[in-house]
Design a protein around this ligand. Structure first.
Ligand code: NAP
Length: 470
């Protein structure tokens, strides 16, 4: 109870409605909770069978819910599996309380019509379905459920739990949902995948979205390192663009393109899909075509066009320190970032050498762009002016690593594409040995500004981006 009262206080400025999961509170005092909340409340005793902790009898449960009703609860949650007799009995004896009729499932049910029909009971005031998502396309079940409810003018909630379902928590208004759940703070979620209420309101502005809001986002896997939501959402807000930017962790690009992409106006692409995505796009601009990697996708009519803002983003960052024309640049890595940087550096007149742990990939990259590949073991014998780390070594959470450790770097310019952390181990070592260093954060800012231009139609200033990120 003490912890619950603390959580009410901390989320008080943001919450419109409180749900009390009484099954998770030892000796819940419903009356004190509702008094503290000073907002409409939902009283819930989630049973063990549906993933909660309540294990009392049905009669006890009915008694708890009726007590809550007479104490003034605005809503109670009643699980559909308790049966219609239970629901009717509650409705017959309740006060003014409304009913949220709910179903909680482990996986994604096959037939949305059947699930909807089962919940569409006259006595229910809100229909709620929650299930666990295991892939990005699983969010579409929630959308379909909400559109069935919207057509019949019923209030509904459709929630996909887990990180793959995050978008359903944010986009509910766009899809016609009545409400969604958030945690009072990070780390104390009552269901997997809940976002802190501050993030829901201040970052996503989820409660202000509507059917005309355009949906953008980031796809990749994992996405824990991505800062996109913290940048693009504030940029939308500043430019008064009715749009939202969500995280879509994607394992299966084909399924994502078929089911989720049609809902989106554009998205950023990150590891490991920058190359795989190409086969699903209707067109590519010249940069993306020549690089063979896409980091930004924009809707064009019925199809999608791919572009690459990593390439100019990286080189603009490097050239803030020194022009690359006529100089030698050694690039470590042969993935999407390496390709982009190699292409743009070559275009701007640098002599580019590529080295990669898997040599075959360095050779293929070099062949494609007509550059030279160096065996990884020979890196220390190469003369260069610029060193670029385009491998993922040093990236959070494994920050205690650098792709190379024993190369003399005095007088060189060292750029690390890794931006999380800002000060990587490679950059710290390079600085100590007398090199000039450039953080991947500079590339991130440049490429994000260019992406934003595609999303909003206007290039935000770097100072604005820096301020938001800080
Ligand atoms: P990617 O396509 O997955 O390529 C990863 C590269 O890292 C491959 O060349 C891989 O070599 C190499 N690598 C991985 N582990 C290694 C290890 N232990 N030792 C040596 N090499 C290793 O990824 P990407 O999209 O190119 O991204 C690479 C990095 O750039 C990431 O950290 C990403 O966050 C960063 N990035 C930053 C920005 C920015 O705006 N600052 C933009 C894009 C990317 P193998 O081929 O041998 O596996």
């Amino acid at each position: 109870m003490r912890e619950s009262l603390k959580q009410i206080k901390s989320s008080f400025p943001h919450a419109d409605l409180f749900e009390f999961r009484c099954d998770l509170i030892r000796k819940p005092d419903v009356s004190s909770l509702m008094r503290a909340a000073k907002r409409p409340c939902i009283i819930t005793y989630r049973t063990v069978q549906e993933g909660g902790k309540y294990s009392g009898s049905r009669d006890e449960l009915l008694a708890h819910l009726l007590t809550a009703s007479f104490l003034g609860a605005h809503y109670v949650d009643i699980e559909r599996r308790l049966g219609l007799r239970f629901l009717h009995e509650f409705v017959r004896r309740r006060g003014d309380t409304r009913v949220i009729l709910s179903r909680h499932m482990c996986g994604v049910p096959r037939d949305v019509n059947r699930v909807y029909k089962d919940l569409d009971v006259a006595e229910a005031d809100v229909l709620k379905v929650a299930y666990r998502a295991t892939g990005a396309s699983d969010i579409m079940f929630a959308k379909e459920f909400l559109s069935l409810a919207k057509k019949r003018k019923r209030r509904a909630m459709g929630i996909a739990m887990g990180e793959y379902g995050e978008a359903t928590r944010v986009l509910y208004r766009i899809w016609g949902g009545w409400a969604t759940f958030a945690s009072s703070n990070g780390g104390i979620e009552s269901a997997e995948g809940q976002l802190p209420v501050r993030t829901m309101k201040n970052i996503f502005r989820a409660d202000t979205l509507n059917a005309s809001t355009r949906i953008f986002g980031v796809t990749g896997n994992p996405l824990s390192q991505s800062k996109g939501i913290f940048l693009h959402n504030p940029l939308f807000r500043q430019s008064k663009t009715n749009a939202v930017y969500c995280r879509f962790p994607v394992k299966d690009v084909r399924k994502f393109m078929k089911k989720v992409a049609p809902q989106l106006s554009g998205w950023s692409v990150t590891i490991p899909h920058k190359e795989t995505i190409i086969q699903y796009l209707s067109s590519l601009d010249r940069t993306a075509k020549e690089i063979g990697a896409v980091n930004t996708v924009i809707r064009r009519g019925k199809g999608f066009r791919g572009t690459n803002t990593d390439a100019p983003g990286a080189l603009d960052a490097i050239e803030q320190v020194r022009r690359v024309k006529g100089k030698t640049m050694l690039i470590l890595g042969a993935g999407g970032a390496a390709r982009a940087i190699a292409f743009e550096a070559n275009k701007r007149g640098a002599r580019v050498l590529v080295a990669n742990r898997t040599e075959r990939k360095a050779q293929s990259l070099a062949r494609g762009l007509k550059l030279s590949a160096i065996p990884w073991k020979d890196i220390r014998n190469v003369q260069f002016d610029f060193l670029v780390n385009a491998t993922s070594v040093g990236m959070a959470p494994k920050t205690n690593a650098a792709p190379i450790t024993t190369i003399p770097l005095r007088g060189k310019i060292v750029f690390d594409a890794v931006y999380n952390p800002r000060d990587t181990m490679l950059l710290r070592q390079a600085k100590r040995s007398g090199a000039r260093v450039i953080s991947g954060m500079e590339m991130y800012i440049n490429q994000a500004a260019l992406q934003s231009k595609y999303y909003i139609g206007k290039l935000p200033s770097k100072a604005t981006i820096r301020r938001i990120l800080e």
